[in-house]
Design a protein around this ligand. Structure first.
Ligand SMILES: C[S@@+](CC[C@H](N)C(=O)[O-])C[C@H]1O[C@@H](n2cnc3c(N)ncnc32)[C@H](O)[C@@H]1O
Length: 262
């Protein structure tokens, strides 16, 4: 595929991606991410995402914060015309390149906040669980809008604002979620996978406003309810996953005559 022209290089010290380069985080993350029924990605986020992506045959796909490019592999198998994954973590990029070896897919090391490309470079942009690492969503959404084809679409998921506003308080073992300072946007530190990660909290309303401000027609807003078909009959796990929303999905299109979300 033709290489888009990027505006600048990668700064390894920058933000969210560096968390994944810390020792052992990659292994822990990939174990968590690909653990079937016990992975919330598998039972909640992925079914909604696949629904919204729809058929990808013939599309030029850009995946921001692509991680180990498992999604890229699936999209290439589903017939997308090209796949470019960008990630700021060197170890993730290595894992992604290993996974896509022998395919036409490509993974580049890059901070997604530095991304730009010529107009009409892509038909579909996806970003799975990467945008809550960004302090300011507006520039990246504007950049996405600028590089999509006239019928292009964007689909992204983030950690649900109920979770990014979760207050760990004094809990030892979590049995309930305490939402706090929901209307206070900004960085929130979390213990996760044995490290400390910074997620940027913003409200559902802010996500929608950012999409609209960037010029997208909003075509879907989903809270990724658990898909009962993905639990292998484990009713207790299904009941557990029904307690708290973990993911928010937004989808939009460039075309002004798309049917907007009612
Ligand atoms: C939760 S992981 C999701 C990975 C992949 N999308 C998936 O679904 O498995 C978040 C990814 O976003 C990447 N990331 C976070 N902030 C980034 C940034 N500013 N630039 C590039 N990548 C970033 C991380 O390195 C990590 O691979």
């Amino acid at each position: 595929m033709q290489s888009p022209i990027y505006s600048s290089g990668h700064d390894p010290e920058k933000r969210g991606a560096s968390f994944y380069d810390a020792p052992q985080i990659l292994d822990r993350y990939l174990t968590h991410r690909h653990s079937g029924v016990s992975s919330p990605n598998h039972v909640m986020e992925e079914p909604a995402l696949l629904d919204e992506l729809g058929p990808v045959a013939g599309l030029r796909v850009l995946d921001l914060g692509c991680g180990d490019a498992a999604t890229g592999q699936a999209l290439l198998e589903a017939g997308c015309l090209s796949y470019l994954g960008l990630d700021g973590s060197a170890v993730m990029v290595e894992a992604g390149r290993a996974r896509l070896r022998g395919t036409s897919g490509r993974v580049d090391l890059m901070d997604i906040e530095d991304f730009s490309a010529p107009p009409s470079s892509f038909d579909l942009i996806l970003a799975r669980l990467a945008f809550h690492y960004l302090e300011d969503l507006n520039p990246i959404l504007e950049a996405c809008h600028a590089v999509l084809s006239p019928r292009g679409r964007i689909v992204f998921t983030v950690v649900h604002p109920v979770l990014t506003s979760y207050d760990p308080g004094m809990e030892v073992k979590r049995t309930h979620w305490i939402v706090n300072d929901y209307f206070v946007n900004g960085p929130r530190e979390r213990g996760w996978l044995g490290g400390t990660v910074t997620w940027f909290h913003r409200t559902v309303e802010d996500y929608v406003a950012a999409m609209l401000n960037a010029g997208f027609t909003l075509t879907a807003l989903r809270e990724c309810a658990p898909d009962p078909d993905r639990f292998d009959g484990d009713e207790a796990e299904l009941a557990r996953r029904r307690r708290v929303p973990l993911f928010l999905l937004l989808a939009g299109g460039v075309h002004p005559h798309l049917r907007p979300l009612n």
